[in-house]
Design a binder for this molecule. Structure first.
Ligand code: ATP
Ligand code: MG
Length: 321
């Protein structure tokens, strides 16, 4: 049995002559939450569909807990909440979940028991006899998540589970995901466009663009890797500070905040700032390092893709771990 729960080996998906997923190598470890980010059309949903076995690769292959993609053994341990879920127009919430349970191989009794558990877990009990097709977007997303969980999967694939939701509903969905991971030791692959909110949930970031995996790294490592090094400094004489640092560092005075200094040599910068402050007898009011958000990381990566810069090269070397 593989030590990874999911492995993709050089997987490629073409639609005609168009390559939607391009030679992706990926290994996902159990019990972690992976965020998959990338612009529209990058290949996120296609990658998930390939893992789910609902699309067949043009070339390459993969496994789920050592079982080939699309095999019954693989399907049994995967739960999938697609980007767009279509609900049978006449089915009520309880009926839908029970039916999906039966489709996933549970007996009628097992499915009824599990449906009842999930109705409580997702706070859908009061709505169990209402038609899902008439539910609000947020409630539909909850039903879709509950459906993905019905057969106690080990891996959850959540394709934009928070899309088109208000901030409260988004938080509720993410809190539910977090709880499920803790309680059931799940591995989750979650895609989203709202990068800053993923940051609070995921342990790893996968970045995909034009079908290629351009980054695969623990979130802290990714942030470290692309840290431009931003130091905020405020003194009683910021003009003198800027003058003292000019030529060596990129500085910018920001009204009410102090001076924003950008560098890749953070330790050297800190030493320079401190010695400048000390030798000029300045008063230091603020010295703080900025933590890069996933959003700025993403923007840097995409800029790198456009410009073909070193950032892209570094990232590619680190992708596909
Ligand atoms: N069945 C299909 N036939 C032809 N092209 C397809 C098909 N499915 C996806 N594509 C194309 O493959 C590319 C990747 O699509 P995919 O849905 O995986 O992107 P995505 O990253 O999920 O985008 P989004 O953020 O908009 O959901 C897109 O250019 C899309 O048009
Ligand atoms: Mg998509």
């Amino acid at each position: 049995m593989s030590e990874y729960c999911i492995e993709l080996n050089g997987i490629t998906k073409k639609f005609g002559s168009f390559t939607a997923v391009n030679d992706v190598n990926l290994k996902l470890e159990s019990g972690k939450i992976y965020g998959i980010v990338g612009p529209n059309g990058a290949g996120k949903s296609t990658t998930m569909a390939l893992i789910m076995g609902s699309l067949f690769p043009t070339s390459g292959d993969g496994t789920v807990f050592g079982h080939p993609l699309a095999s019954p053994e693989a399907l049994k341990v995967l739960g999938y909440s697609p980007e767009f879920t279509s609900f049978y127009s006449d089915m009520k919430c309880y009926e839908y979940l029970w039916y999906m349970g039966c489709l996933s191989g549970l007996s009628s009794e097992e499915s009824a028991k599990r449906t009842n558990e999930l109705l409580d877990q997702f706070e859908l009990r009061a709505h169990k006899d209402r038609k899902v097709a008439k539910f609000s977007t947020g409630m539909k997303k909850k039903v879709s998540l509950a459906q993905a969980m019905i057969h106690h999967p080990k891996v959850l694939l959540l394709d934009e589970p928070t899309a088109n939701l208000d901030p409260t509903s988004r938080q509720e969905i993410l809190d539910t995901v977090r709880r499920m991971v803790q309680d059931e030791h799940l591995t989750v692959l979650i895609s989203s466009h709202v990068l800053t909110e993923l940051e609070t949930v995921i342990s790893h970031v996968l970045m995909i663009d034009h079908g290629r995996l351009i980054l695969n790294a623990p979130i802290a490592e990714a942030q470290e890797m692309f840290k431009q090094g931003i130091l905020w400094v405020d003194t009683d004489d910021n003009e003198k500070l800027i003058l003292g640092l000019s030529g060596k560092y990129k500085t910018e005075a920001v009204e009410g905040e102090g001076v924003r200094i950008t560098t890749k040599e953070m330790d050297a910068l800190k030493k320079d700032v401190v010695s400048l402050v000390y030798s000029n007898g300045m008063q230091l009011n603020k010295l703080s390092e900025e933590v890069l958000s996933l959003d700025s990381l993403y923007k840097q990566m995409m800029e790198g893709e456009k410009n073909g810069s070193d950032t892209e090269k570094d990232a590619s070397e680190n992708a596909g771990a």
